[in-house]
Structure formats: C-alpha cells, structure tokens
Ligand binder design. Structure first.
Ligand SMILES: Nc1nc2c(ncn2[C@@H]2O[C@H](COP(=O)(O)OP(=O)(O)OP(=O)(O)O)[C@@H](O)[C@H]2O)c(=O)[nH]1
Ligand SMILES: [Mg+2]
Length: 230
C-alpha cells in the first residue's frame, strides 16, 4: 500500500480558519480535546518525530497547522478544545470559528476525531460530531493512547464506543479505531480509511476557500496516464 501520509511537510500556520489559504486540495481535519494526542497522531502518521508540536502542557497547539501530503491533500491540525484555562469569551469565539470551518469548508473530506481511549465521547466531542454531521461527511475516531489500556480494555472500549456512537448518532457515517502514537499502532487502518475518503472525493473535485478567488480551475487531469504519485 502506498504510504499516504509519509513525507507530508509543514506548509503554514494560521490563527483562525478564516486565514487558511484557498484550498488547493482535499483537507482532512484533526480535531479533539486538548491533550488528546492530535499532534502526536499526525507526527506518527507522517513519520516525523516533531513535525506537529507535541507538549505536556494542554492547549499547546494554539494555531491551525497545515501539513501538505505528497498527493496534494492536506492534514489540518486544529487547536484542542476543552482546555479549562481559556477564558470563556475566547472559548466561545474559537468555537464559532471552528464550527464555521468544519461546516462550511467545502474542501474538507472528513474529520479525524481524536479522543483519549480512556475518555471517549465526552460532551465536547459529541458537540463536534453534531456540528460535522450537518455536512454528511464521514468522521473517523481515533481512540488514542491505547497503550494505556490492556488488550482486553481496548476491545471493550472499542466495542462500547462503537455501540454508543451508532446509538447516539445513527445517521452519521462514523468509524472508530484504537490508536497509539507511542507504540505506533493503528496507522494502517487510519491510512486505509482516510485514503478511501480521498479516493471518493477525487473525481471532479473542486477545492473552495472561504473567500471568492479567481482561479478554481486547478484540476488534476482525470486520465493523466501517469502514475506520478511518488
Ligand atoms: N502514552 C501515550 N501518550 C501519548 C500518546 N499520544 C500523545 N501522548 C502524550 O499526550 C500528550 C499530549 O499530546 P499532543 O499530541 O500534544 O496532544 P494534542 O491533542 O495535540 O494537544 P493540544 O495541541 O494541546 O490540543 C503528550 O504528553 C504526548 O506525549 C499515545 O499514543 N500514548
Ligand atoms: Mg497539538
């Protein structure tokens, strides 16, 4: 299988989603509670130790970081939510921006929702699912820090989370897996699922930013005849 995420490179950081450049390819958003392990998961997937910044201090990723993959699609590392020490007004404003990005960004192919395997589907995670559900696009949940659970706990948690998600969000195309950045487990599954999103979106796809811009014609040749994915 081609390594989808490998060799992604850092492209840009912006303070809020409105500042993101017009999409030049499909985007995959990584969201989750602060400290859930978003940046670590991105680093693990792209095979770098320090591409996205990881910290023991919750709320460290304050900016939106965009990583470009070799195939032109982008991974968007969003600041974590639920960080208690953020003032209420700031939090509100941020939530509005996040909701707008998740619901209006046409280039988004799907949402990778990162949750600590020991605390899946907390209220703010559910909020995130509800927002994104309005788009009809798929959500893939990574239950991270799986290494903190025994094998048995992992399968119980996985089962319970899947059951809860399909009971509470029956209409949402949502998948769940275990993941560990520490042990580097679960990467193939993530790659397979996100890879499928990108394949489904590929034909005739048109990236759109929030602002009207002149050229939206940049389309990959549908039948280029070249396997230039190197
Ligand atoms: N044991 C273990 N620790 C992890 C794993 N993933 C992340 N961590 C740790 O969890 C802490 C937070 O990880 P980050 O990747 O910075 O989390 P984040 O979601 O990006 O956090 P914010 O940017 O603050 O929203 C760090 O101390 C990581 O080393 C994992 O799979 N296993
Ligand atoms: Mg982070």
């Amino acid at each position: 299988m081609p390594p989808l995420f490998r060799h992604a490179y850092y492209e840009i950081s912006v303070a809020d989603p409105m500042q993101l450049p017009q999409a030049s390819g499909a985007e995959i958003a990584f969201a989750g509670r602060s400290n859930a392990g978003k940046s670590s998961a991105i680093n693990t997937l792209v095979g770098h130790t320090r591409l996205a910044f990881v910290s023991k201090t919750p709320g460290r990723t304050q900016l939106i970081n965009l990583f470009r993959m070799k195939n032109g699609a982008a991974l968007v590392d969003l600041p974590g939510y639920g960080y208690a020490e953020v003032p209420e007004a700031v939090r509100r404003q941020w939530q509005g921006l996040l909701e707008h990005y998740l619901t209006c960004r046409q280039a988004l192919s799907g949402l990778v929702l990162i949750m600590d395997a020991r605390r899946p589907l907390l209220e703010l995670d559910r909020q995130m699912i509800r927002w994104f559900a309005t788009t009809g696009k798929p959500i893939h949940c990574l239950l991270t820090k799986a290494d903190k659970l025994s094998r048995q706990e992992q399968s119980k948690t996985l089962e319970a989370t899947r059951r809860a998600a399909s009971a509470d969000f029956p209409e949402v195309p949502l998948t769940v897996q275990m993941f560990s950045s520490l042990k580097k487990t679960g990467m193939e599954e993530t790659e397979r699922i996100v890879g499928n999103w990108l394949k489904e979106k590929a034909p005739g796809q048109r990236g759109e930013g929030q602002e009207p811009n002149t050229s939206t014609e940049a389309e990959a040749p549908a039948q280029g005849g070249k396997a230039g994915e190197g």
